[in-house]
Write a protein that binds this ligand. Structure first.
Ligand code: IMP
Ligand code: MG
Length: 387
């Protein structure tokens, strides 16, 4: 037990130190040194195979390509020449169309085989400028090699002869690439975290456990957004959103709404609240597949579920509470003891699997739900404060 706890904290602190802050933004590890070196080697191998005994001039595009050019020519097994041109386009984390030519070509490349070495090709604007520069140079052959390539961002037609690694359209730093001047010196590559520091909780509790009351309290105290799947469904159906209509089409046929539809609705809610300090998910997930889908959703937001917090209340207490509530609420399903016991049983049947799912990740926290509202909120806070 002691060892497990130590390991847990060790992993936790490693995760924290791996996140990098540059100016106002956070970055997470994305491509290791080893992976970069392998990609550089594969570019070298492909180029040397194509060029044979032709002595190339490698033209690095400054500033970003300095690390690549250095590693690349060290690996290049044959004689070659190296030169640089310096172009500038990026402001902050956005590519701009206005490319500045800071240092142009300083030597005659007539008749030479030229290989451009780029750190990254994003929109292709810089590459367009490179082609403009070489239009009037009478080079024998012009080839483009880039370590990183963002296919989703590229909107030009110029051929890319050698690509080290395709990456998604997200901002990266390291290995020559910077965010407003910082990060160029890092030997590995980090990716921008788009969502920062969220506390996301899956709240569970059998009927009558006081989940609604406690969700309201947590929402206030921790500035979280409460996403009740039931409410989200009702909202989408009432407002006849595309997803609402889709969900309704299944419900009308008496079929279960596919998980993806629910996830898409939850995604919309998460996206409406990008500034939130976190979310309380209520009513979802209900199955292992849904829990995985929710993990994926949070992962796509650079975030994660931190805890499943379950209010634990003895069955007999629940039955008493619900019968009491039935006397005033008028809810038919709160009036019949048989129905109540069935609902409680169904809850445990369904959620046992999720308890295992989150326990396996050390994320299950059971909280004694018997006592006054205040007593229970104190217990819940103790769990959340530790996350
Ligand atoms: P493009 O002109 O949009 O293709 O972008 C090319 C230049 O923008 C690169 O040479 C980099 O200097 C910069 N750039 C593009 N994407 C990134 C990134 O994710 N991080 C840092 N700089 C980038
Ligand atoms: Mg560059």
């Amino acid at each position: 037990m002691a060892i497990a706890a130590t390991n847990f904290y060790l992993c936790f602190s490693i995760i924290i130190t791996m996140v990098l802050k540059l100016h106002d933004l956070y970055f997470k590890p994305f491509i290791s040194e080893e992976e970069i070196q392998n990609a550089v080697q594969s570019m070298v191998d492909a180029i040397v195979a194509d060029l044979g005994d032709e002595m190339p001039v490698f033209v690095g595009i400054l500033n970003g390509s300095f690390m690549l050019v250095s590693d690349f020519v060290k690996k290049y097994p044959k004689p070659c020449e190296v030169t640089f041109i310096k172009l500038a386009s990026y402001e902050g984390v956005k590519s701009s169309e206005d490319i500045q030519r800071l240092i142009g070509l300083t030597q005659d490349l007539t008749g030479r085989t030229v290989v451009i070495l780029e750190d990254i090709i994003d929109s292709g604007n810089t590459l367009e400028e490179v082609h403009r520069i070489f239009k009037n140079e009478k080079v024998k052959d012009l080839r483009i090699a880039t370590l990183f390539y963002k296919p989703e961002a590229y909107d030009k037609d110029f051929k890319l002869h050698y690509v080290g690694k395709e990456i998604p359209n997200k901002f990266i730093v390291g290995y020559g690439l910077d965010y407003n001047g910082l990060g160029r010196d890092l030997p590995s590559v980090y990716q921008l975290k788009t969502t920062q520091h969220m506390t996301n909780i899956v709240l569970f509790g059998p009927p009558g456990a006081g989940k609604g009351t406690q969700a309201n309290f947590l929402k206030e105290k921790y500035d979280l957004v409460h996403i009740s799947t039931g409410d989200v469904f009702r909202y989408n159906i009432k407002n006849e959103t595309a997803l609402g209509m889709l969900a309704k089409s299944y419900m009308d046929k008496g079929e279960l709404v596919p998980d993806q539809v629910t996830i898409d609705m939850l995604n919309k809610e998460v996206e409406k609240n990008t500034d939130a300090k976190g979310f309380i998910f209520d009513g979802f997930p209900r199955t292992n597949a849904q829990a995985k889908a929710l993990d994926q959703l949070m992962d796509s937001k650079d975030s994660q579920i931190n805890a499943m917090v379950a209010l634990e209340v003895d069955d007999e207490v629940l039955v008493k509470r619900l019968l009491e509530r039935g006397k005033t609420s008028g809810r038919a399903d709160d009036a019949d003891e048989g129905i109540i016991r069935n609902r409680i049983k169904e809850y445990y049947d369904k959620t046992a699997i999720l308890k295992d799912y989150y326990s396996d990740q050390n994320k299950y926290f059971g909280v004694n739900g018997v006592g006054s509202i205040e007593e229970i909120t104190v217990r819940l806070s103790a769990v959340i404060d530790k996350l």
